[in-house]
Ligand binder design. Structure first.
Ligand code: FAS
Ligand code: PHB
Length: 391
């Protein structure tokens, strides 16, 4: 088998890249180890930056997004029994975010793949990356009980944090930067109306909580939990009681309870691997970086990475111009580190750290009070949350 670009991973990074390359007439093959149902069934991100929405629209993949996505002009912060709104659109010249679950994005990307000529090989196992320091790289894999080799010009490692691509980078080339947080997020989905028409990020002395949603009738809620806590420790009743406490009386007024139909705990980390290119291998999305979901950046960064990578590949194949490929890692990392900073800052502002002393707690409350009263501080939060421009 041969293609121009071998894409490993059919998550948001791999599929958006595949659509962008197919639209440009560049041949690609996506190797995904799971089934479509498994990938589409993973409950993950919920908030799309304006740039992500625009890219999906450019690809003609925004019909359902426009019909079902919830456009938010603001977001809300609750602390010490208070609740205040940040009018992001007013502070950023009209920018908004759209609530539309990653599962829906993946369904739209998969549904449109065949018509666009996107080739996805599901259940491709034992992927092995070869020859990235040569002019003839390839990817070996097993599928349907047989071994295969995919010869290619370039390899896009879009296989997430636990994939094979980052491990293919030479150890003496790769530098990693990491912060592992001493807590996780317990999230539920429930068929109940959201407590607010926008999101609420809550800082409480018991810990962080987030009120989000997937539709006017489906809510997505999170509470911060300790690393030693298990899903079986959290009945629905305990979850709803603790969520109400952490949101506070004003934010939780009218909180509708109901049975959860999805419940999971996700760990939080900040992680960046540099560089995002070695020879014929490029990294994109979670394969190269992870952010705590507080800033709603994970999936959006994956999309902006591959928007830059696709632009570079088009310049290479159409114009014989290597500059985009040569500059990809530096350009992508410049935007990634700003999102890492925002996500790390917003996590530090809203979560309860086990070693937090009374002074540190007072610093959190003082910063929240300052943001509540400062247009300048709210502008800084708003412009990061809606998404910084692609430089
Ligand atoms: P992904 O991990 O989505 O996709 C990688 C794909 O590669 C997967 O389909 C995987 O099966 C495949 N793969 C892996 N190894 C392979 C191999 N060896 N061979 C072939 N295929 C392979 N972001 C937010 O913004 N908000 C959130 O609330 C949020 N919650 C999250 C919860 C969890 C549990 C996780 C893990 C992530 C969450 N994220 C969230 C971040 C998430 O949305 C990612 O940023 C996003 O999925 C990144 O997309 P990709 O880079 O495509 O990686
Ligand atoms: C979600 O709806 O899943 C969500 C929203 C905002 C975040 C994280 C997760 O910051």
């Amino acid at each position: 088998m041969r293609t121009q670009v071998a894409i490993i991973g059919a998550g948001p990074a791999g599929l958006v890249l595949a659509h962008l390359l197919a639209r440009a007439g560049i041949d690609a093959v996506v190797l995904e180890r799971r089934t479509r149902d498994y990938v589409e069934g993973r409950v993950r991100a919920g908030v799309l930056e304006q740039g992500t929405v625009a890219l999906l629209a450019e690809l003609g993949l925004d019909a359902r997004l426009r019909a079902e996505g919830l456009v938010h002009t603001g977001t809300n912060i609750a602390y010490d029994g208070r609740l205040f709104r940040i009018d992001m659109a007013a502070l950023t010249g009209g920018s908004t975010v759209t609530v539309y679950g990653q599962q829906e994005v993946m369904r739209d990307l998969f549904d449109a793949a065949e018509a666009r000529g996107v080739r996805i090989l599901f259940e491709a196992e034992d992927v092995a990356i070869c020859g990235i320091e040569t002019d003839s790289p390839s990817v070996r894999f097993r599928r349907g009980g047989s071994g295969h080799t995919l010869a290619c010009d370039w390899i896009a490692g879009c296989d997430g944090f636990h994939g094979a691509s980052r491990a293919a980078m030479p150890a003496d080339v790769l530098k990693v930067f990491e912060r592992v947080y001493p807590f996780g997020w317990l999230g539920i989905l429930a068929e109940v109306a959201p407590v607010n028409h926008e999101l609420i990020y809550a800082n409480h002395e018991n810990g962080f909580a987030l009120a989000s949603m997937r539709s006017p009738t489906r809510s997505r809620y999170y509470v911060q939990v300790g690393l030693d806590e298990r899903i079986e420790d959290w009945s629905d009743a305990r979850f709803w009681d603790e969520l109400a406490v952490r949101l506070g009386p004003e934010a939780a007024a009218g909180l509708e309870r109901g049975p959860s139909f999805e419940k999971s705990i996700a760990p939080l980390r900040s992680f960046v691997a540099e560089p995002m290119r070695h020879g014929r291998l490029f990294l994109a999305g979670d394969a190269a970086h992870i952010v705590p979901p507080t800033g709603a950046k994970g999936m959006n960064l994956a999309v902006s990475d591959v928007a830059m990578l696709a632009e570079a590949l088009v310049r290479h194949y159409r114009d014989g111009d290597p500059s985009g490929l040569d500059g990809y890692s530096e350009r992508a990392l410049a935007r990634i580190w700003k999102a890492e900073r925002f996500s790390w800052w917003f996590t530090g502002l809203t979560h309860r750290f086990p070693d937090m002393d009374p002074f540190a707690r007072r610093m959190q409350v003082a910063e929240l009070a300052y943001i509540r009263g400062s247009r300048a501080a709210q502008t800084v939060l708003a412009e990061n949350y809606v998404g910084l421009p692609l430089a």
